[in-house]
Design a protein around this ligand. Structure first.
Ligand code: SF4
Ligand code: SF4
Ligand code: SF4
Length: 383
């Protein structure tokens, strides 16, 4: 195993291959405060990429209801159980290269090395049974209210921020195009690779022999097996669109305007601002050690203990900043869902925010406050 640096853990960790950071890294921020689980993203992906025989139960993009839902069922509970209880982050050492502190626990690569005698198994993982893939959003809209909780108790605790006692929220998920992908580490055929130009992780179907090691060892379960072709498949980051400067289908179609795509390591990018500078968007289960590149603005009504397990030690700070946004954060939040083009940089003033493409050409201009137009009484029913 090589020693590689994982900034989400604030430390070096073991990984089967040397680090090769791409020229720029494909990334996105999903704002969980705004997702309405309409599944438009899910169907945008399905109608573009996964409508063939063998792909019926395959959802490269899915939106699940937390805390009980999951696709495949219980994927996160199962991997967290395998990982066992871990000490978490030492937040006394927060610096630029360790924005959440130093992770003191073991990753799925380190645990595999320590606990599994089979050398070929590079990461902790399990293969879901076929029945676990049946529902893309099982337990839809199911909150933590149970028959064991009295109604009065729920009403009392449930209506007040900062935390709702009965809670649920929607978690849209695609492949994280991880910096240290477990799918890539697991593949004995070296059929999975990470593109040097944009960090998108692809699976070469001509090399794949369907051993399903990637399905077993991707903790997010975003590599999937096609029972008709008998080879594995995964989200391709809509690379043909990205190559021509447009955002992926699932992001372009998002009704709630909760998604913004860009480059996490480019200091000019709004994604870099949200993730590395303002730290309002956090990685999903960073403790697993893959340095995932889809980031989430946590839902502000959800109990912090639950969120911290899911997004790490930056939750409290992220919610505080999102609840009282700075002028710059407010401006960047207006850029979600306003253009089909990839935004490379932005500028903002008192009234509007402007987004630019790679060549610094203006592609979008958005007012910071929407104008209110009041119709005169004599034209109430006309435009
Ligand atoms: S389209 Fe957007 S709002 Fe609708 S479910 Fe998908 S992420 Fe959520
Ligand atoms: S989320 Fe899974 S499938 Fe996607 S790059 Fe990471 S390990 Fe591979
Ligand atoms: S990025 Fe493209 S391939 Fe991946 S989930 Fe979204 S629409 Fe599907």
């Amino acid at each position: 195993m090589a020693q590689v640096f994982n900034w989400q853990l604030g430390r070096e960790m073991e990984y089967p291959y040397e680090a090769h950071r791409p020229k720029r890294q494909f990334a996105a921020v999903f704002n969980l405060n705004r997702c309405i689980a309409c599944q438009t993203c899910t169907f945008a992906c399905k109608s573009t990429w996964t409508f063939s025989p063998g792909q019926e139960a395959m959802w490269w993009n899915n939106v699940e209801t937390k805390p009980f839902g999951g696709y495949p069922q219980h994927w996160d509970v199962k991997i967290l159980r395998l990982l066992a209880e871990q000490p978490g982050w030492d937040i006394s050492q927060i610096e630029e290269n360790s924005p959440y502190g130093i992770y003191l626990g073991k990753t799925i690569f380190e645990m595999a090395k320590e606990t599994i005698s089979d050398n070929a198994k590079r990461a902790l993982g399990y293969l879901p049974e076929d029945k676990e893939w049946r529902f893309p959003n099982i337990y839809e809209d199911t909150s933590t209210v149970s028959e064991h909780t009295s109604e009065s108790q729920n009403f009392e605790q449930g209506t007040q921020l900062p935390e709702h006692s009965p809670f649920f929220f929607y978690l849209p998920r695609i492949c994280n195009h991880c910096t240290y992908p477990a799918c890539l580490a697991a593949c004995p055929r070296k059929a999975i690779y990470k593109r040097a130009e944009d960090g998108i992780v692809l699976l070469d179907q001509t090399s794949c022999r369907g051993y399903r090691k990637c399905v077993e060892q991707c903790p997010y379960k975003k590599s999937m097996f096609n029972p008709v072709t008998r080879i594995s498949e995964k989200c391709i980051g809509c690379y043909p669109r990205v190559e021509e400067g447009t955002i992926p289908r699932c992001m372009a179609a998002c009704i709630g305007k909760i998604r913004l795509m860009g480059w996490v390591d480019d200091p000019q990018s709004p994604i870099h601002y949200l993730v590395r500078k303002e730290k309002v968007a956090l990685p999903l289960y960073p403790q697993l050690g893959l340095e995932p590149n889809i980031y989430y603005i946590p839902p502000r009504w959800v109990p912090r203990g639950f969120l911290s397990q899911m997004f790490g030690s930056g939750v409290e700070d992220a919610i505080k900043k999102y609840s009282k946004p700075s002028a710059e954060l407010l401006a960047v939040l207006q850029l979600f869902g306003v253009t089909q083009n990839i935004l490379y940089s932005y500028d903002f003033g008192d009234d509007e925010v402007v987004g630019f493409d790679e060549k610094k050409k203006e592609i979008i201009r958005v007012p910071l406050e929407e104008k209110v137009l009041v119709r005169p009484e004599k034209h109430l029913n006309t435009t």
